[in-house]
Structures are given as structure tokens and as C-alpha cells.
Design a protein around this ligand. Structure first.
Ligand SMILES: [Fe+2]
Length: 313
């Protein structure tokens, strides 16, 4: 029986001294900037393939194992389904995981208390970097991606700040500046934050010259802030008979700042529909007032429009 104490919602996480995330220059790190990371989570027993298969067995009935069809490109829509597209069961998916083009993602690994503890411990190791800029961490989560080259995770954005760690094999990570409004027009961000819509998040050829790109191996990672466009792909260059599987984990979280911005986005979309041109969150001296008005607006929508805000509000 598992003797680990299960984390409680308000328990202050303590770092596990065996595993940690760090940056080369903490003075240069900002939660608003894309940064390279180092870590040793590739040695963590819970992130080895046998344990991940056990986790997947728990997540499958909850529709938290996600699959994409082979042949996706960076430009594809990021559509993932709760069943393997070729009808394989989970045991077979893992048995054949090193076959070219395999792709499975384990969403919200923190549903399992052991992984909830892993996420809390991992964030505790960078708590100082986070809280000096954005106190009030909430909803820590983990997303684990297992794939065999050639495979791609298409261009998309996420709502959370992300400490993204490569655990096994290699992966090429592309990230774009979230403040580039040619790539991410303000209404696109608003629709995503308010309604989870990725409909207008599209990678165009002219964006390729603006990407940051790293070829990352185990023990390396990238931090990128909420709504930074990103895409990953694996090539066969590093594959050996013993190792052909790439594993990465996104350790993600919200803060009181991302919450404030979510409410300001809600107000901004309303103002935009009134033919106004509101400033992006963080750019207006009236942000505190906009935050309050955003809360009133969202409260109204919840009460009279049956609106259920996504996580992050
Ligand atoms: Fe993502």
C-alpha cells in the first residue's frame, strides 16, 4: 500500500531534495520571458515508462489519455481524442510506443495523488523564482507527452505558465513571443482565455522566422509564460535500438496575476465589441479598475448567461 501522505489543497509543498528544477542565472529569470531550464526529473522513478503506463491506465477511463492521429504537422489543428485512432488498447499502445509516429499525452497527471505530490514538489523548487514576481500559485497541473519520432505536437497556446521538462530522448521545442500581436492578435487571446477557443490560433509560414528553437535532451527544459505559442517535434536523428522514445512533462500553474489578466481579457472583449480598442492586460494604468469591472462582468455572465469560466479565473 502506498504510504505517501497525500497532499491537501492548502498544504505548503516542500521541495523533494532529490529532484529539482533550476536556471543558470536566477537574476536573469522572469516569469514574463521564455528561458532555458535545467532539472534532474529525468531520474524520477514516477517519470519512467513503466510507471507512466500505470498512470495511463488510471487516466484512460477519465478521458485524460489523449491521442492524435499520425501525420500531424506543426500547422495542423491541435485535435486530440480520448481513444487511439487505430483502435489499439493501452497495453498495445505502450508495447509499441517506440514505433515511428506514436503519440500519447497524459492530461492532468496530478489526478493521481503521487503525481500531485511530484508537481507540488517540483514547483516548490522554483517557488522563489515564481513568487517574487507572481505570488499566489494555484491549480498546479502536469501534462506528460510520450512519442516516437517522427511526431509532432501542433502549434497551440495554453492558459498556464509552463515549466516544460524533457525527460527522455530528444525533442525540438519551438516557442514564439506571446506579445507578438501579428502571431497572436488580442481577440485570439481573449477567445482562448474566455472560451478555450483555439479556432484562430494558426501557424503561418511567415511566423517561422520568429521562432525560438531548441533541441532538448533529458535534463533540459524551457520555461514559457501563459499563452506563448509553441509546438514540438521529434526527429529520428538521436534514435538508437535501445532508446527511441521521447518523454516530456509540462509542470504548469496559474497565479494571481494570470487570474487578474483573465478577468481583464473578459472586460477587454466586451469593450472591443463596443467598438473600443482596450489595452492588453499589463499595459494600462487602469488595470486594477478593469480587474474589478471584469469580475462584475464575469459574475453577470455566470448568473444570467449560464457561463462557466474555465480554470484560471
Ligand atoms: Fe502546450
Amino acid at each position: 500500500m502506498d504510504k505517501l501522505k497525500q497532499p491537501e489543497p492548502n498544504l505548503e509543498p516542500q521541495p523533494n531534495p532529490s529532484y529539482r528544477i533550476w536556471v543558470e542565472d536566477a537574476g536573469d529569470f522572469s516569469l514574463d520571458k521564455i528561458s532555458l531550464l535545467r532539472h534532474n526529473y529525468h531520474e524520477h522513478p514516477l517519470l519512467q515508462i513503466d510507471q507512466l503506463e500505470k498512470l495511463a491506465q488510471k487516466l484512460l477511463p477519465l478521458n485524460q489519455c489523449r491521442f492524435i492521429s499520425p501525420g500531424a504537422t506543426q500547422q495542423s489543428e491541435f485535435i486530440h481524442k480520448p481513444k487511439s485512432p487505430d483502435g489499439r488498447d493501452l497495453a498495445e499502445v505502450f508495447e509499441r510506443i517506440s514505433e515511428p509516429g506514436s503519440w500519447i499525452a497524459l492530461y492532468n497527471a496530478e489526478t493521481d495523488p503521487k503525481y500531485a505530490q511530484l508537481v507540488q514538489e517540483a514547483l516548490a523548487t522554483v517557488e522563489g523564482l515564481i513568487s517574487k514576481e507572481q505570488p499566489g500559485i494555484f491549480s498546479p497541473q502536469a501534462f506528460i507527452f510520450i512519442s516516437a519520432p517522427p511526431s509532432v505536437t501542433p502549434f497551440h497556446i495554453d492558459r498556464e505558465n509552463n515549466f516544460w521538462l524533457q525527460i527522455r530522448g530528444q525533442k525540438i521545442m519551438n516557442v514564439w513571443d506571446r506579445n507578438d500581436r501579428d502571431i497572436l492578435p488580442a481577440p485570439t487571446v481573449e477567445n482562448f482565455i474566455i472560451d478555450k477557443s483555439l479556432n484562430t490560433v494558426t501557424l503561418r509560414d511567415e511566423f517561422m522566422s520568429k521562432k525560438f528553437e531548441w533541441d532538448l535532451g533529458a535534463s533540459e527544459g524551457v520555461y514559457f509564460p501563459s499563452t506563448s505559442p509553441h509546438s514540438t517535434r521529434t526527429t529520428e536523428a538521436w534514435v538508437s535500438p535501445e532508446n527511441g522514445v521521447s518523454i516530456s512533462i509540462g509542470v504548469v500553474f496559474y497565479t494571481e496575476t494570470t487570474r487578474k489578466h483573465a478577468y481583464i481579457h473578459s472586460l477587454n472583449r466586451f469593450l472591443r465589441r463596443m467598438k473600443l480598442d482596450p489595452k492588453f492586460p499589463g499595459e494600462s494604468k487602469f488595470d486594477d479598475i478593469k480587474f474589478t469591472l471584469g469580475k462584475v462582468l464575469v459574475g453577470f455572465k455566470k448568473r444570467f448567461r449560464s457561463y462557466t469560466p474555465p480554470t484560471g479565473f
